[in-house]
Design a protein around this ligand. Structure first.
Ligand code: HEM
Length: 146
């Protein structure tokens, strides 16, 4: 079971991190240079079909993996335990990612134009940095946590 969960976690994680790196590093600079929000809109329309399910897989497999490491959920708040601290840092990254995504979805994307592209760009860069933090924190479990 653990191997299957970790496989799903790594596969879906690759979709989330890879997709956001392509968006942030390759597509966003071009959209900004051309002041063309449609480049980002087009990518988001295609990517979200696989990106959102991938994040759902991350949450389910991540919480399941965390419960295998620390079955007592109440123990996750014991931050003197580096594994529990790492689990909570992952959950903090998740809350920040959801917050940014909801804010972009409700207040930027509906009225997206060239003037609002930098604000969306800042959200994309922040979500991408959080995606890399998820990977770093995930790796930290191999070394006993942060
Ligand atoms: C997009 C979001 C996420 C990404 C990219 C990600 C990525 C990773 C990576 C690369 C690993 C290392 C796997 C290995 O050692 O080979 C990992 C492990 C882990 N992740 Fe995530 N993760 C994400 C979300 C989450 C969430 C929301 C949780 C919930 C608490 C979580 C909990 C864990 C746990 C507990 C492990 C350790 C598994 C083990 O070694 O038994 N992850 N993650």
């Amino acid at each position: 079971m653990h191997q299957t969960l970790l496989f799903l976690h790594l596969a879906a994680g690759s979709v989330w991190v890879g997709g956001h790196l392509v968006l942030a590093v390759s597509l966003l600079p071009e959209a900004m240079a051309k002041r063309d929000p449609d480049l980002v809109r087009g990518f988001e329309r295609i990517y979200e079909r696989i990106g959102l399910p991938a994040m759902a897989v991350q949450v389910v497999t991540g919480l399941w993996l965390a419960s295998l490491l620390r079955p007592e959920i109440a123990s996750w708040t014991d931050w003197s335990d580096p594994v529990a601290l790492t689990i909570c840092l992952k959950l903090a990254c998740l809350a920040a990612t959801i917050g940014l995504a909801v804010h972009a979805r409700l207040s930027i994307i509906p009225r997206l134009d060239a003037a609002r592209l930098p604000m969306l760009g800042a959200h994309i860069v922040a979500v991408t940095a959080l995606a890399l933090a998820f990977v770093w924190l995930g790796l930290a479990f191999r070394y006993g946590g942060v």
